[in-house]
Write a protein that binds this ligand. Structure first.
Ligand code: SF4
Length: 382
């Protein structure tokens, strides 16, 4: 296998939230009881597992969750101090922290900046009170707008906001207005996701009970299309199906997942990847803490065979603006996989769902609506 990238990333999962959003299937707890102990375990895991990565050089650090903006200044400082002690962090490393608007007081924003965070990912989701209530979000529209304005005022020039479409009762007009409001905030990155019903969520339960249903695909496709065209008209590049950025503001950390770079994930439920194996921690705060204290970490690991690596490459690259690179396939996979790709991709190129430019294959606009189906047809299954 040809190794293209040498620098790696670190992901830190902070598994605490003030409230449970109805759609969320990430791992989190609404009880803060063990927060400081869990932070200490995360620091311990960073020390114990630093050898998982083949390199010690880190170019991105990402605090995700859960709600990392619930960390106290000292907790955040301590985690970052451990990372700097155990790893060689690049001078210009991208350090992102996911935040909910209600946590981003002026004082908090100053704290985050002083700790070295240089990119904020703010979970706005909607500018409609009805939808925030429906989703059980912890913030108001006013807090969302003010959090972005204050962060800019205090020197954050690298920010992304999250939006959700496909919410029951969200009209096309309301969605267009949401996109306009997002543009008015003048941020350089926007992520937008279609609401989906995941098992073991309150929303899934309510849908099963017949309380409401999610909009049909025809409606969500319209919302997706208006999202893409409006953001493109306003200078954003869709560099991944759900991610849009102004030039030079792609998320380095998330791009590294899609470019097969290595990353170490610490904290409950965090995943890691080192080119050969995928590793994931237990999704339970109590068991994670006990494992850390007993030095008997609760996690699983699988060695990735060639088929899995190929399928993962197809799935992630297909969603990006750089697409699937035939040259990369030839350099990294058995010729049988390469000929499978060449054979299976032909009909999508003819149907104009895939566009071939040189050795790169990317999705056309229509193809983006069919991404999952196309990916699974390109997979090797036997
Ligand atoms: S704040 Fe984020 S992680 Fe927490 S429940 Fe809501 S969507 Fe999930």
């Amino acid at each position: 296998m040809v190794k293209i990238y040498s620098l790696a990333g670190i992901y830190i999962h902070i598994p605490f939230c003030k409230k449970a959003c109805v759609y969320c299937d990430f791992h989190f707890s609404t009880s803060m009881k063990n927060k400081s102990e869990l932070v200490n375990c995360i620091r311990k895991e960073l020390k114990v597992r630093k050898g998982y990565l083949e390199t010690n050089q880190i170019e991105t650090i990402y605090f995700g969750g859960g709600t990392p903006s619930l960390l106290e200044k000292e907790e955040l400082q301590n985690i970052l101090e451990t990372i700097h002690k155990e790893f060689e962090v690049a001078q210009d490393a991208e350090i992102t922290l996911e935040a909910n608007p209600d946590d981003l007081t002026i004082e908090k924003i100053k704290e985050l900046k002083s700790c070295g965070v240089n990119r904020l990912s703010i979970g706005i989701q909607s500018f409609i009170g009805r939808d925030l209530l429906f989703m059980n979000r912890s913030h108001t529209i006013k807090q969302a707008v003010e959090s972005v304005a204050n962060a800019k005022e205090l020197g954050f020039d690298n920010m992304t906001i999250d939006l959700i479409y496909g919410i029951p009762n969200l009209t096309q007009t309301e969605w267009k207005r949401n996109i306009q409001k997002a543009l008015e905030l003048d941020v350089n990155h926007i992520s937008a996701y279609c609401l989906t019903s995941e098992e073991r969520t309150a929303m899934h339960h309510d849908i099963a009970k017949g309380k409401y249903e999610l909009p049909k695909e025809e409606a969500t496709s319209k919302q997706f299309n208006v999202l893409v065209s409006t953001l493109q008209e306003n200078g954003f590049e869709q560099y991944e199906i759900s991610n849009f950025s102004k030039i030079g503001h792609n998320s380095k950390h998330n791009s590294s997942y899609w470019k097969q770079k290595n990353f170490l994930g610490v904290g409950p439920s965090a995943h890691s990847f080192n080119g050969k194996t995928r590793h994931w921690n237990v999704s339970n705060n109590g068991r994670y803490i006990k494992g850390a204290n007993d030095n008997n970490w609760v996690s699983e690991e699988e060695t990735l065979d060639e088929k899995t690596r190929y399928n993962e490459y197809i799935m992630t690259s297909l969603r990006t603006s750089w697409g699937i690179n035939l040259k990369y396939l030839k350099e990294n996979f058995d010729p049988l996989f390469v000929s499978h790709f060449i054979k299976e991709s032909k009909r999508f190129v003819i149907a104009n769902s895939l566009i071939q430019k040189g050795t790169h294959f990317t999705l056309s606009q229509e193809g983006k609506l069919l991404a999952d189906g196309i990916a699974s047809d390109l997979f090797v299954v036997e």
